[in-house]
Ligand binder design. Structure first.
Ligand code: GLP
Length: 262
């Protein structure tokens, strides 16, 4: 587990985009898992800039973590629309290489199973990008999600409805359900990159990194992942007991010219 503490939101975005770009340069047909929310937006802006400098996404395949249930793809707050406007409209990813769970399908069970099949058919996810909810969720795997769960329909907690009401205008307007990759699905990604920014994430981050592995903080399961990197800013890292140590690890890694602590 590698914890990279940087100054602020912008630096989280820059470092995350560099990380993703390096993975694409190493493997031009990268299978990239993507996330929504405000945290990855800075990284997406940077990726769009790198595209202008020639970074090629033409062979990249993408899989989004989740989508609200029951809102049309062109709804202003749908994750389909979010991804199109913030990323796909500005990159050369081929539309047939983009996968986002379909929250509008009548048979959601079939949608979930098909999503898992598609991931497998692509050879699995090489790099999965994640944010983190204030309750420590990844994707929409709310507290109590089985750590072995697969893509499925999930009920959102009051905390998540409250947090996401800022996008919908009111809490009542936020869909109560979402289709999300499961914790087990996420854990199968070869590499994980989790981003966190701001003081409101400090507690969740502390519990995820330094608390016990528990289904009540689903991000804590990443402690069991062999190649997980967290890029977090100072305010999000403020409550970490081992903050100084993580900073030292990074400093020393740079000095010896390699990544330690992975
Ligand atoms: C939603 C998404 C998560 C995201 C979380 C935090 O719940 N399903 O993938 O990590 O929001 O969002 P933000 O980055 O806006 O704080």
């Amino acid at each position: 587990l590698r914890v990279v503490i940087v100054k602020d939101y912008d630096e989280v975005g820059r470092r995350a985009a560099e990380f993703i770009a390096a993975a694409i340069r190493r493997k031009p047909d990268l299978v990239l898992g993507l996330a929504t929310g405000s945290t990855p937006l800075g990284a997406y802006r940077e990726l769009v800039r790198l595209r202008k400098e020639g970074l090629d996404f033409s062979r990249v395949k993408t899989f989004n973590l989740d989508e609200y249930f029951g809102i049309p793809h062109d709804h202003p707050q749908s994750y389909h629309r979010f991804m199109k406007e913030n990323l796909f409209d500005h990159l050369n990813v081929k539309p047939e290489n983009v996968s986002i769970p379909d929250g509008m399908a009548k048979d959601y069970r079939e949608v979930c199973e098909e999503y898992e099949r598609r991931i497998n058919a692509a050879g699995g996810i090489d790099l999965q990008l994640l944010g983190i909810g204030r309750d420590g969720h990844i994707g929409f795997n709310e507290p109590g999600s089985s750590l072995a769960s697969r893509t499925r329909l999930k009920t959102l907690t009051d905390q998540t409805l409250k947090d996401n009401s800022r996008f919908f205008g009111s809490e009542d307007a936020v869909p109560k359900l979402a289709v999300t990759m499961g914790v087990g699905t996420i854990m199968e990604a070869h590499r994980i990159l989790l981003l966190a920014s701001g003081p409101e994430k400090a507690q969740a981050l502390k519990e995820s990194l330094e608390g016990p592995v528990t289904s009540t903080i689903t991000a804590s399961v990443l402690q069991l992942h062999p190649l997980a990197t967290f890029i977090v800013d100072e305010p999000a890292a403020a409550k970490l007991r081992w903050r100084e140590y993580y900073l030292n690890v990074e400093r020393l890694s740079r000095e010896v010219g390699q990544e330690a602590g992975v």
